[in-house]
Design a protein around this ligand. Structure first.
Ligand code: SME
Length: 159
């Protein structure tokens, strides 16, 4: 049993502890699906105010739903569509305070109001995106973005 109880006083510490737990969780495991599944569970369980956390994989230039925690979600997202598709097409982190104001946003769960999407790139190849959603407007700040990028770097070596 893995029992990671992360309770940090500030965000920097929270993401440092979360990254350390994720490193430990994926260490030595070559199966990307297993690692994405555990990563989604750990992130969802650790970050407060989150209603969806998981992965879309780049399968032949289309994003296809991967392991996640939260409500059942859209299965296929073309590059360039929605927040995830924008992250895949631009390879830039997308931090959106109000998804309803984001042109082309794909509403998988009507409860989601803000979103953080981190591209996962290894050796110049986009492997997947990490998508984290919140019902709170502007849930994610620059510290969440930096923390999310760190998690994405760990996953780039684990999938
Ligand atoms: N809202 C996302 C779709 C994925 S779900 O939120 C899980 C988007 O616009 O890309």
């Amino acid at each position: 049993m893995y029992d990671y109880k992360i309770a940090a006083a500030d965000k920097a510490t929270l993401y440092r502890d979360l990254a350390a737990a994720l490193e430990a969780l994926v260490a030595g495991e070559p199966d990307g699906v297993a690692n994405m599944a555990n990563a989604a569970a750990l992130i969802f369980d650790t970050l407060p105010g989150v209603n969806w956390a998981g992965f879309y994989r780049n399968l032949g230039g289309e994003l296809v739903l991967g392991p996640f925690q939260g409500r059942a979600a859209c299965i296929r997202i073309p590059f360039g569509q929605g927040v995830c598709g924008a992250a895949a097409a631009t390879r830039q982190v997308q931090r959106v305070d109000d998804v309803h104001a984001f042109l082309g946003h794909i509403a998988c769960d009507a409860a989601s109001n803000s979103e953080l999407v981190v591209p996962i790139v290894r050796d110049g190849v986009l492997l997947a995106v990490l998508d984290i959603d919140s019902p709170e407007i502007a849930r994610f700040d620059a510290e969440d973005e930096a923390g999310g990028v760190r998690l994405g770097e760990i996953m780039a070596r684990a999938i």
